[in-house]
Design a protein around this ligand. Structure first.
Ligand SMILES: [Zn+2]
Length: 256
Protein backbone atom coordinates (compact mmCIF):
# COMPACT_ATOMS: atom_id res chain seq x y z
CA UNK A 1 0.00 0.00 0.00
CA UNK A 2 1.39 3.40 -1.02
CA UNK A 3 1.72 6.16 1.56
CA UNK A 4 -0.38 9.30 1.25
CA UNK A 5 0.76 12.90 1.26
CA UNK A 6 -0.39 13.05 4.89
CA UNK A 7 1.80 10.02 5.74
CA UNK A 8 4.85 11.87 4.37
CA UNK A 9 3.82 14.96 6.34
CA UNK A 10 3.76 12.78 9.48
CA UNK A 11 7.29 11.48 8.78
CA UNK A 12 8.60 15.04 8.50
CA UNK A 13 6.64 16.05 11.57
CA UNK A 14 8.56 13.44 13.58
CA UNK A 15 11.91 15.18 12.99
CA UNK A 16 10.68 18.79 12.66
CA UNK A 17 7.28 19.31 14.30
CA UNK A 18 5.30 21.73 12.14
CA UNK A 19 3.82 23.39 15.22
CA UNK A 20 7.30 24.74 16.10
CA UNK A 21 7.42 26.92 12.95
CA UNK A 22 7.67 30.67 13.47
CA UNK A 23 4.40 32.63 13.61
CA UNK A 24 5.14 34.45 10.34
CA UNK A 25 5.80 31.19 8.51
CA UNK A 26 3.61 29.09 6.25
CA UNK A 27 4.40 25.38 6.49
CA UNK A 28 2.73 22.00 6.03
CA UNK A 29 0.67 20.65 3.14
CA UNK A 30 0.29 23.75 0.97
CA UNK A 31 -0.93 22.33 -2.36
CA UNK A 32 -2.81 19.19 -3.37
CA UNK A 33 -4.63 16.50 -1.48
CA UNK A 34 -3.85 14.98 1.93
CA UNK A 35 -5.16 11.62 0.68
CA UNK A 36 -3.30 11.47 -2.63
CA UNK A 37 -1.12 8.37 -2.81
CA UNK A 38 2.60 8.83 -3.40
CA UNK A 39 5.09 6.62 -5.23
CA UNK A 40 7.77 9.21 -6.04
CA UNK A 41 8.88 12.28 -4.11
CA UNK A 42 11.12 15.14 -5.18
CA UNK A 43 12.90 17.12 -2.43
CA UNK A 44 14.06 20.65 -3.29
CA UNK A 45 14.93 23.94 -1.65
CA UNK A 46 12.32 25.87 -3.66
CA UNK A 47 9.36 24.92 -5.84
CA UNK A 48 10.62 26.75 -8.92
CA UNK A 49 9.24 26.15 -12.41
CA UNK A 50 12.30 23.97 -13.13
CA UNK A 51 11.64 21.90 -10.01
CA UNK A 52 7.98 21.37 -10.94
CA UNK A 53 9.10 20.29 -14.43
CA UNK A 54 11.68 17.97 -12.84
CA UNK A 55 8.92 16.42 -10.69
CA UNK A 56 6.80 15.96 -13.79
CA UNK A 57 9.56 14.18 -15.69
CA UNK A 58 10.29 11.91 -12.68
CA UNK A 59 6.61 11.09 -12.25
CA UNK A 60 6.66 12.50 -8.69
CA UNK A 61 3.24 13.13 -7.15
CA UNK A 62 4.75 15.11 -4.26
CA UNK A 63 7.33 17.86 -3.93
CA UNK A 64 8.82 18.53 -0.48
CA UNK A 65 10.49 21.93 -0.22
CA UNK A 66 12.18 23.95 2.46
CA UNK A 67 10.86 27.33 1.32
CA UNK A 68 7.08 27.65 1.20
CA UNK A 69 4.94 28.81 -1.67
CA UNK A 70 1.98 31.03 -0.75
CA UNK A 71 4.20 32.79 1.81
CA UNK A 72 2.35 36.00 1.04
CA UNK A 73 -1.44 36.04 0.73
CA UNK A 74 -2.73 35.89 -2.84
CA UNK A 75 -5.96 37.39 -4.11
CA UNK A 76 -6.00 35.54 -7.42
CA UNK A 77 -4.57 32.42 -9.03
CA UNK A 78 -3.66 33.30 -12.59
CA UNK A 79 -0.62 32.49 -14.71
CA UNK A 80 0.51 36.12 -14.95
CA UNK A 81 3.24 35.77 -12.29
CA UNK A 82 5.82 33.00 -11.61
CA UNK A 83 4.17 31.69 -8.44
CA UNK A 84 0.76 31.64 -10.11
CA UNK A 85 2.19 29.66 -13.04
CA UNK A 86 3.86 27.20 -10.66
CA UNK A 87 0.69 26.68 -8.62
CA UNK A 88 -1.47 26.23 -11.74
CA UNK A 89 1.01 23.70 -13.15
CA UNK A 90 1.08 21.75 -9.88
CA UNK A 91 -2.72 21.56 -9.78
CA UNK A 92 -2.93 20.57 -13.47
CA UNK A 93 -0.28 17.85 -12.95
CA UNK A 94 -1.82 16.69 -9.64
CA UNK A 95 1.41 17.37 -7.77
CA UNK A 96 1.13 18.09 -4.03
CA UNK A 97 3.49 20.27 -2.02
CA UNK A 98 4.72 20.03 1.57
CA UNK A 99 7.00 22.78 2.92
CA UNK A 100 9.09 22.43 6.09
CA UNK A 101 10.72 25.77 6.75
CA UNK A 102 11.45 27.32 10.16
CA UNK A 103 10.41 24.06 11.84
CA UNK A 104 13.27 22.34 9.97
CA UNK A 105 15.68 25.24 10.64
CA UNK A 106 15.73 24.31 14.33
CA UNK A 107 16.82 20.71 13.83
CA UNK A 108 19.82 18.61 12.86
CA UNK A 109 18.28 18.51 9.35
CA UNK A 110 18.64 22.30 8.95
CA UNK A 111 20.92 23.88 6.38
CA UNK A 112 23.02 25.13 9.30
CA UNK A 113 23.62 21.66 10.76
CA UNK A 114 24.17 20.14 7.31
CA UNK A 115 26.82 22.82 6.55
CA UNK A 116 28.48 22.09 9.91
CA UNK A 117 28.75 18.41 9.02
CA UNK A 118 30.10 19.20 5.53
CA UNK A 119 32.77 21.33 7.23
CA UNK A 120 33.52 18.42 9.61
CA UNK A 121 33.16 20.71 12.65
CA UNK A 122 33.72 19.07 16.00
CA UNK A 123 31.16 19.19 18.80
CA UNK A 124 28.52 20.54 16.42
CA UNK A 125 25.67 21.80 18.60
CA UNK A 126 22.53 23.87 18.54
CA UNK A 127 23.33 27.05 20.45
CA UNK A 128 20.05 28.95 20.03
CA UNK A 129 16.81 28.49 18.06
CA UNK A 130 18.50 28.80 14.67
CA UNK A 131 22.26 28.94 15.36
CA UNK A 132 24.63 25.99 15.34
CA UNK A 133 28.20 26.13 16.63
CA UNK A 134 31.20 23.92 16.11
CA UNK A 135 34.98 23.87 16.31
CA UNK A 136 37.68 23.36 13.71
CA UNK A 137 40.37 20.78 14.51
CA UNK A 138 42.78 23.65 15.00
CA UNK A 139 42.41 27.45 14.72
CA UNK A 140 42.59 28.64 11.13
CA UNK A 141 43.21 32.07 9.59
CA UNK A 142 39.96 33.49 8.21
CA UNK A 143 41.56 33.80 4.76
CA UNK A 144 42.23 30.05 4.79
CA UNK A 145 38.54 29.43 5.34
CA UNK A 146 37.54 31.24 2.13
CA UNK A 147 38.40 28.31 -0.10
CA UNK A 148 37.56 25.64 2.47
CA UNK A 149 34.00 26.97 2.84
CA UNK A 150 33.49 27.50 -0.89
CA UNK A 151 34.64 23.95 -1.60
CA UNK A 152 32.44 22.39 1.10
CA UNK A 153 29.34 24.35 0.08
CA UNK A 154 30.09 24.11 -3.65
CA UNK A 155 29.22 27.78 -3.78
CA UNK A 156 31.45 30.91 -3.82
CA UNK A 157 31.71 32.28 -0.27
CA UNK A 158 32.47 35.95 0.41
CA UNK A 159 34.36 37.01 3.53
CA UNK A 160 33.86 40.24 5.47
CA UNK A 161 36.67 40.67 8.00
CA UNK A 162 40.38 40.40 8.61
CA UNK A 163 41.95 37.45 6.79
CA UNK A 164 44.51 37.04 9.60
CA UNK A 165 41.89 36.55 12.32
CA UNK A 166 42.26 33.12 13.89
CA UNK A 167 39.01 31.15 13.83
CA UNK A 168 38.48 28.15 16.07
CA UNK A 169 34.71 28.35 16.68
CA UNK A 170 32.34 28.93 13.78
CA UNK A 171 28.66 29.80 14.16
CA UNK A 172 26.31 28.87 11.31
CA UNK A 173 22.79 29.95 10.43
CA UNK A 174 21.84 29.06 6.87
CA UNK A 175 19.63 31.38 4.85
CA UNK A 176 18.89 34.98 5.80
CA UNK A 177 20.10 35.48 9.36
CA UNK A 178 22.91 38.07 9.34
CA UNK A 179 21.13 40.03 12.10
CA UNK A 180 22.20 37.28 14.52
CA UNK A 181 25.95 37.98 14.17
CA UNK A 182 26.11 39.61 17.63
CA UNK A 183 24.39 36.59 19.15
CA UNK A 184 26.93 34.36 17.38
CA UNK A 185 29.75 36.46 18.86
CA UNK A 186 28.25 36.36 22.35
CA UNK A 187 28.04 32.57 22.12
CA UNK A 188 31.81 32.41 21.68
CA UNK A 189 32.27 32.21 17.91
CA UNK A 190 34.98 34.20 16.12
CA UNK A 191 33.16 33.95 12.79
CA UNK A 192 29.63 33.44 11.49
CA UNK A 193 28.59 31.73 8.26
CA UNK A 194 25.18 32.75 6.97
CA UNK A 195 23.43 33.12 3.64
CA UNK A 196 22.80 36.84 3.19
CA UNK A 197 25.02 39.57 4.61
CA UNK A 198 23.81 43.17 4.44
CA UNK A 199 26.32 46.02 4.25
CA UNK A 200 25.53 47.56 7.64
CA UNK A 201 25.93 44.25 9.43
CA UNK A 202 29.21 43.56 7.60
CA UNK A 203 30.53 46.98 8.69
CA UNK A 204 29.48 46.55 12.33
CA UNK A 205 30.93 43.04 12.52
CA UNK A 206 34.26 44.05 11.04
CA UNK A 207 34.53 47.01 13.43
CA UNK A 208 33.91 44.55 16.30
CA UNK A 209 36.80 42.35 15.14
CA UNK A 210 34.42 39.64 14.03
CA UNK A 211 34.29 37.81 10.69
CA UNK A 212 31.19 37.23 8.57
CA UNK A 213 31.05 34.72 5.73
CA UNK A 214 28.29 35.06 3.15
CA UNK A 215 27.77 31.61 1.64
CA UNK A 216 24.62 32.56 -0.30
CA UNK A 217 21.11 31.54 0.65
CA UNK A 218 21.15 28.59 -1.77
CA UNK A 219 24.74 27.72 -0.82
CA UNK A 220 23.99 27.48 2.91
CA UNK A 221 20.62 25.73 2.69
CA UNK A 222 21.02 23.59 -0.43
CA UNK A 223 22.96 20.98 1.61
CA UNK A 224 19.77 20.05 3.51
CA UNK A 225 18.11 18.70 0.33
CA UNK A 226 19.99 15.37 0.01
CA UNK A 227 19.88 14.88 3.79
CA UNK A 228 16.11 15.29 4.00
CA UNK A 229 15.68 13.07 0.91
CA UNK A 230 17.83 10.36 2.52
CA UNK A 231 15.82 10.52 5.76
CA UNK A 232 12.54 10.06 3.88
CA UNK A 233 13.98 7.27 1.71
CA UNK A 234 15.25 5.37 4.77
CA UNK A 235 11.95 5.69 6.64
CA UNK A 236 9.96 4.58 3.58
CA UNK A 237 12.36 1.68 2.93
CA UNK A 238 11.77 0.54 6.52
CA UNK A 239 8.10 -0.07 5.74
CA UNK A 240 8.87 -1.58 2.31
CA UNK A 241 6.36 0.51 0.39
CA UNK A 242 8.50 0.91 -2.74
CA UNK A 243 8.58 4.70 -2.83
CA UNK A 244 11.53 6.51 -4.40
CA UNK A 245 12.78 9.84 -3.10
CA UNK A 246 14.88 12.09 -5.35
CA UNK A 247 16.95 15.10 -4.29
CA UNK A 248 16.43 17.85 -6.89
CA UNK A 249 19.27 18.45 -9.32
CA UNK A 250 18.14 22.01 -10.04
CA UNK A 251 20.69 24.67 -9.04
CA UNK A 252 19.07 28.03 -9.81
CA UNK A 253 22.30 30.02 -9.42
CA UNK A 254 24.82 27.42 -10.56
CA UNK A 255 27.51 25.65 -8.55
CA UNK A 256 31.28 25.96 -8.28
ZN1 LIG B 1 15.94 29.92 3.54
Amino acid sequence: MKPTVKDIYDLINEIAPFETAADFDNVGILVGSHNASVSRILVALDATEDVVNEAGSLGAELIVTHHPLLFHARKNLTEEDPEGRILCEMVRSRISLISAHTNLDQTEYSGSACCGRLLKLKDLRKASDYLFLGEFDEPMAAAQLDSLLSKALRFPVRRYGDGDMKISTLAIAGGADDGDWQLAKSLGAQAFLTGEVRHHNALSAVMSEFVLFDGGHFGTEGPLVPVLAEYLQNRLDDVKCNVRVFPSQCAPFGRT
